[in-house]
Write a protein that binds this ligand. Structure first.
Ligand code: LRH
Ligand code: MN
Ligand code: MN
Length: 427
């Protein structure tokens, strides 16, 4: 199934007068603050968030999975779904694949299908956290950190194979997340495990093409509960620094212990030129992978405040990070959920773009915390939804993607096409 420009146009016609009214009003408010709306709109239009292939189907918990209907049954259908999201919001122009869940059988066909929908291939993800059928060595006790060199070899080879697929598809980066760790004190030698991981990553790093980046994702716990080998940004940064200039830390918002100051981590990594990418999601307790902005939109805004500061600083050593969503759960229609996530990200970004940075610096330099808070919240509490809608309209997408999705009855169509009992691969 595809969403056509005619369908979008018909949906937009319904809300255009109302949209014009709200956007004109907002433009005046911003003008009074000396903010050029079009400049912000252009940045939003250029900002693309990659959709992970594994978020297109209903996620499960470790207790159950309640499958929704019409889920993608193949890589082609996953690409179709991202194409529909992109048609609706103009901001999801890339897909991030997980190998072996998404091995392309016909690379050329997959490539041309994605290109026809205006999609690029973002980072490819390796998977050494599950055993695959006919696999020689188990990852039960780790992969790149394993005590058995044959298991390490297998995990390295898998990553090299992922690079191979990524190269064929036109990806430019590899994300490595390792489940490796231990659940009981004494079970694993911390130092040896980290050293083995580093040695293995080095081989993978050397196997990447010259123009590729490696993103090293960290996580403090889960699936193991006592220790993980790459537990925090410091460990990831240490590995990335020693691996080389094309290795970076990847921040997944759900991979922190409660109350961690993630915005400070972002600032520190950007200062070092080592923030490679982001996995957006939201959470209350752990790695909940909930819809972006569902729980802590102010924290998301504070994170974007640091991101914008780093990105707009011409002397910043940090390359533009790769933006990805990493959310997956079992209650909502996954496509509606992803539309909500992308919008939450765009809003936080736009809010951060309208912060009066000159005044904020003045408040900081004169040690005026109350004034600094006023400035930040002035931006955060400005309702920028009409501006995001205008960016979409200018990009040929839907003024109201969620409303359009429902009124086009996309899910019903997908169920008709694909059936009620579908099972997408993935978490
Ligand atoms: C691990 C993780 C990692 C995986 C994805 C499926 O929790 O965040 O990024 O690749 O989930
Ligand atoms: Mn992640
Ligand atoms: Mn995660």
């Amino acid at each position: 199934m595809r969403i056509t420009t005619d369908q979008i146009q018909t949906q937009n016609d319904k809300t255009l007068p109302q949209h014009r009214e709200s956007f004109d009003h907002l433009r005046l408010i911003l003008e009074r603050k000396n903010i050029d709306s079009q400049q912000v709109i252009d940045k939003i239009k250029n900002f693309q968030v990659a959709i992970p292939s594994w978020a297109l189907g209903t996620g499960g918990t470790r207790f159950a999975r309640f499958a929704g209907g019409g889920e993608p049954r193949s890589l082609k259908e996953k690409i179709d779904d991202v194409g529909m999201l992109h048609a609706l919001n103009g901001g999801s122009g890339a897909i991030s694949l997980h190998i072996p869940w998404d091995i392309p059988s016909d690379v050329d066909a997959v490539k041309s299908h994605a290109a026809a929908l205006g999609l690029a291939f973002d980072a490819v993800n390796s998977n050494t956290f599950q055993d695959q059928e006919n696999q020689g060595h188990s990852y039960k006790f780790g992969s790149l950190c394993h005590t058995d060199s044959r298991a390490r070899r297998q995990a390295i080879d898998h990553n090299l194979e992922v690079i191979h697929y990524g190269k064929e598809l036109g990806s430019k980066s590899l994300t490595v997340w390792l489940a490796d760790g231990s659940s009981f004190p004494g079970q694993m030698n911390f130092r040896k495990a980290l050293q083995r991981t580093f040695d293995a990553l080095k081989e993978i790093y050397q196997g990447m093409p010259e123009d590729w980046k490696m993103f090293v994702e960290y996580k403090p716990y889960e699936p193991y509960f006592y220790h993980t080998v790459i537990q925090d940004w410091g460990t990831s940064h240490l590995l990335a620094s020693q691996l080389g200039e094309r290795a970076f830390t990847l921040v997944d918002l759900g991979h922190h212990l409660p109350n961690t100051n993630i915005e400070q981590i972002v600032a520190t990594l950007m200062m070092q030129g080592k923030l490679g990418g982001f996995h957006f999601n939201d959470s209350k307790y752990g790695d909940d992978d909930l819809t972006v902005g569902a729980l802590k939109p102010y924290q998301l805004f504070l994170i974007f405040n640091e991101l914008v500061e780093g990105m707009e600083d011409p002397s910043s050593p940090n390359p533009t990070p790769a933006w990805m969503i990493d959310a997956s759960h079992n209650l909502k229609d996954p496509l509606e959920d992803l539309l909500q996530s992308v919008e939450a990200i765009q809003l936080a970004y736009a809010q951060a773009l309208i912060i009066d940075r000159i005044k904020l610096e003045e408040a900081r330099e004169t040690n005026d915390p109350a004034w600094a808070q006023e400035i930040l919240q002035e931006a955060y509490r400005t309702d920028l939804r009409p501006l995001i809608a205008e960016a979409r309209l200018q990009a040929g997408a839907a003024i109201k993607p969620f409303g359009a999705y429902r009124s086009l009855k996309v899910r019903d169509q997908l169920i008709k096409e694909r059936g009620l009992k579908t099972m997408a691969t993935g978490l």
